[in-house]
Design a protein around this ligand. Structure first.
Ligand SMILES: [Zn+2]
Length: 454
């Protein structure tokens, strides 16, 4: 294993790194409330000699931790927010919510945060030994629903970083090649006039009618938009529960996705016109508020190749008989496809990067990828077939196997950065590929007055 001398820091620190992952799992703080979790990570980094800046981008739970100085300057992303509605006991193979606890780690961000910290410690050891360059760990809150990184990118937090290496818990070991769609999240609030629905319906103007007409209009729009675009909506407020009154207030929230920010802007404008049409049809007023927006993800082939090499060089964790017993009990609760059922329960090899296929999801890492060359890795912390954001992923995110896979992630992230430290040509090539892909540069998709939903 190349760079064993530095990567072995992760083994020596493994108890601390795993304890951090467990503590963050226990804290399970929802977006922008990750006070304890951010403090645990930043405190440990401070103890290790990193310079910590807390509250970056005016977000109390966002931070940066830097070691070294000068160039090249690499970045590692860390997430640590939990998910609402994911209450589940750890390491059990049946659905078992924890009484009184709503937020849990259904996306494995406890592993993501602690594993990224492990990677930063190994890169620090290399910088100390060679005197080369700098490393910054970016503490990124509110990935789930808040888009913390977009606000950080808008504030210039990632400016000047030569490349960013990241990862996420998954069911496989592979460099991420799949793109992610740009999106925008919008609230349409309709205001009408309340009235008795039986005695004086002619005096009422229904906001709920407007929401229904808007949704009908959008559902007809689907026939005439790009196949790669997506529109989803949820009615947040129907104006009441009594049918004998005309609802004077109603809110529908739309998530609009497309291949890039420009395509999102075009589709968003069409949806806005439908909303205004629905307001005209019902004599109501509509207020349109953008809550958050993400760019599309930029992928960099040279970084993918270096990360792939690093991943192949590091031994994968080997499941124990206890891991197998727990994993097979879990898999018995899942709807495995034929292909999944044919695979080993725990992924047992690093897959070569697949040709990118269309994917309907979005990520706030996309905005980081517009500011600097970025690469992500999928790490097989969970058994094959595990649905994301599920009780099964929550249960596993504190398991022994998941933590061993997290330590693998620490080494894979650090191994990628150390290879780039020693290969300026590859870094220059990555920056060239980035420049070609971003054209005129990053335009933050957020409206100027958008603020994090603190
Ligand atoms: Zn996640």
């Amino acid at each position: 294993m190349l760079y064993e001398k530095y990567l072995s820091v992760i083994d020596r620190q493994s108890q601390d790194i795993c304890a951090l992952a467990d503590a963050i799992w226990d804290n399970a703080e929802v977006m922008y409330h990750e006070y304890e979790s951010a403090q645990l990570l930043s405190e440990k980094l401070e103890q290790e000699g990193f310079t910590v800046v807390r509250g970056v981008a005016n977000i109390p739970t966002a931070f940066t931790a830097t070691f070294g100085s000068g160039k090249p300057h690499f970045g590692i992303l860390a997430e640590y927010d939990g998910l609402d509605g994911m209450s589940q006991e750890a390491c059990v193979a049946e659905k078992h919510p924890i009484p009184g606890k709503n937020t849990c780690h259904g996306c494995g961000h406890n592993l993501f945060g602690a594993g990224s910290l492990g990677a930063a410690l190994a890169v620090k050891a290399y910088i100390e030994a060679t005197g080369k360059g700098a490393i910054t760990l970016f503490g990124c809150p509110a990935e789930e629903g808040g888009g913390g990184k977009v606000f950080m990118a808008r504030d210039g937090v990632f400016d000047g970083i030569d490349a960013i290496v990241s990862w996420h818990p998954e069911r496989m070991y592979m460099v991420r090649t799949r793109p992610a769609l740009a999106n925008v999240l919008v609230n349409y609030t309709f205001e009408g006039i309340a009235a008795h629905a039986g005695a004086a319906p002619h005096k009422g103007r229904s906001a709920l009618d407007a929401v229904e007409l808007m949704n009908v209009g959008t559902n007809f729009l689907r026939e005439h938009m790009e196949l790669t675009s997506r529109i989803h909506y949820a009615i947040l407020d129907t104006g009441g529960t009594a049918p004998n009154m005309v609802q004077s207030h109603a809110v529908v929230q739309y998530l609009i996705r497309a291949v890039d920010s420009e395509a999102v802007r075009e589709l968003h404008a069409r949806v806005d016109r439908i909303a205004k049409g629905a307001a005209m049809m019902t004599d109501t007023e509509v207020n349109i508020q953008v809550l958050k927006a993400y760019s599309n993800l930029i992928t960099i082939p040279t970084l993918q190749a270096v990360a792939n090499e690093a991943m192949h060089d590091i031994p994968l964790p080997v499941p124990t008989p206890e891991d197998i017993a727990y994993g097979s009990a879990l898999q018995a609760t899942m709807q495995l496809t034929k292909a999944e059922a044919a695979q080993p329960m725990y992924a047992d090899k690093v897959l070569d990067p697949a040709p990118p296929v269309a994917h309907g999801g979005s990520t706030d890492t996309a905005d980081v990828s517009w500011v600097c060359p970025t690469v992500q890795m999928h790490i097989g912390n969970w058994v094959v077939g595990t649905p994301g954001h599920s009780w099964q992923s929550t249960s596993q995110s504190k398991s022994d196997y998941a933590k061993r896979a997290m330590l693998y992630a620490s080494k894979a992230v650090a191994g990628t950065i150390l290879r780039l430290m020693d290969n300026p040509d590859a870094l220059a090539q990555a920056k060239q590929e980035h420049a070609e892909r971003i054209g005129d540069g990053y335009i933050c998709p957020l409206p100027e007055d958008a603020k994090p939903l603190l």
